[in-house]
Design a protein around this ligand. Structure first.
Ligand code: ADP
Length: 397
């Protein structure tokens, strides 16, 4: 079966067409600037050159039409419309309602709408993507795959904030966690690589990308993760603060005479390693170069980022009563031996030893710990689209 995977944002739409048998990507691409002047679709059929078409896209319906046209056109299409057997949608927030992927029906759409106040920027965009596909591809089964689902096994101790309990009951204010599809994919794959049953492993997954989160996966189940009600909590990220004393918000508002919206924007878009480096960059390639050149901001940003990761690894080791495997994934985790080494060099207290030669790996599965390391250190590239395609196939085959 050919599965179309859709990741729909407010003004963009990423897609991949995946063959469920071979798990090969047949075509992947992106619609940009939907509803804005200058919109375009950029896509790459497997083994061919990138194609860019500048096309007006007043809304997501038109974007989906253009995706279908790109995939099925006579000249360089890769599939017939009737061959697309199912569509998998990435949905950011499933609240407490969704603990796994589900086939989309009216009830599911309503439930996604009901939790939209928890992800006001993302869920409405995800729903627009679903409705646009329903319009353009009526009758094709669709599946919702939630970023929060994998973390729903967290125990109450891990997901509650120290707020009055009634706020959890009334408004659902708790920690949910994100990147769940990636944490799930990587932890399962790590067990496969090691030839072990996930049930017998205590793992920490470090998803270090522009957004970054850690999860503690004990016996195959997530027992804690670093993001919270929103993706702002936890690690220091590309441009997000991660953990911060909430009083900082009011303090900055008074000092700078700014609004809640201004400070929220500051915490999400101008902070993290970008802010710490004096706006040198949010990209770890630039920060590594700066670090090696002795740029004070780059050093400060990288060291603070690394410290926070190490602190979380320590706390998750305590939470699980030990750790067998630490996995590195996403843009930084997969590609930056520099960052991995800085982190692992501080993990001597759990008996982890990095193999400097193996750590040169980029973007491939590899064990990067020494033979005598007490903890296995692994690089495991994530593949959220494939995980979505697998769940979609499993529910629709
Ligand atoms: P997201 O999906 O959160 O946007 P990714 O997982 O794609 O992020 O990660 C993007 C980040 O990965 C970039 O901002 C950059 O910091 C980092 N990155 C990518 N390639 C490299 C590399 N070769 N070395 C260091 N960092 C890299």
């Amino acid at each position: 079966m050919k599965i179309l995977v859709i990741n729909c944002g407010s003004s963009s739409l990423k897609f991949q067409l995946i063959d469920s048998d071979s798990e090969a990507v047949i075509c992947k691409g992106l619609c940009e600037r939907i509803g804005i002047e200058g919109s375009q679709i950029v896509y790459t059929p497997a083994g061919k050159d990138k194609i860019t078409k500048v096309e007006p896209m007043p809304d997501h319906n038109r974007a989906i039409e253009l995706v279908i046209e790109a995939l099925t056109n006579a000249e360089n299409g890769v599939v017939k419309l009737e061959e697309i057997g199912a569509v998998g949608h990435r949905i950011v927030h499933g609240g407490e309602k969704f603990t796994k992927s589900v086939i989309i029906n009216d009830e599911v759409i309503k439930a996604i709408e009901d939790v939209s106040d928890l992800a006001p920027l993302h869920n409405p965009a995800n729903l627009i993507g679903i409705r646009a596909c329903q319009k353009v591809m009526p009758g094709v089964p669709m599946v919702a795959v939630f970023d929060t689902a994998f973390h729903q096994t967290m125990p109450q101790d891990a997901y509650l904030y120290g707020l009055p309990y009634s706020y959890y009951e009334k408004y659902g204010i708790r920690r949910y966690g994100f990147h769940g599809t990636s944490h799930s994919f990587v932890s399962k794959r790590a067990a496969e690589i090691l030839g072990k049953d996930a049930k017998d492993l205590k793992m920490i997954v470090c998803h270090l990308g522009n957004g970054a989160s850690l999860s503690a996966v004990d016996g195959g189940k997530c027992i804690d993760t670093s993001m919270g009600l929103t993706p702002l909590e936890g690690l220091i990220m590309g441009t997000r603060t991660g953990d911060i004393d909430p009083s900082v918000v009011e303090f900055i508002m008074k000092k700078e005479n700014s609004s809640v919206a201004d400070v929220t924007n500051l915490l999400n878009k101008k902070s993290g390693v970008f802010g710490l480096s004096d706006e040198l960059s949010s990209d770890f390639r630039d920060l590594e170069a700066g670090y090696n050149d002795g740029h004070a901001g780059a050093r400060r940003a990288v060291d603070t980022f690394v410290y926070r990761v190490v602190k979380y690894i320590g706390s998750y080791t305590a939470a699980m009563g030990g750790v067998d495997v630490i996995c590195f994934t996403a843009g930084v985790g997969e590609n930056s031996g520099f960052v991995r080494k800085l982190i692992c060099d501080r993990l001597g207290f759990i008996g982890a030893k990095i193999d400097v030669e193996a750590n040169k790996v980029r973007g491939e599965e590899k064990t990067i710990s020494t033979a005598d390391s007490k903890v296995t250190l692994l690089v495991v590239p994530t593949n959220e689209e494939l995980a979505i395609a697998r769940d979609t196939y499993a529910l629709c085959k």
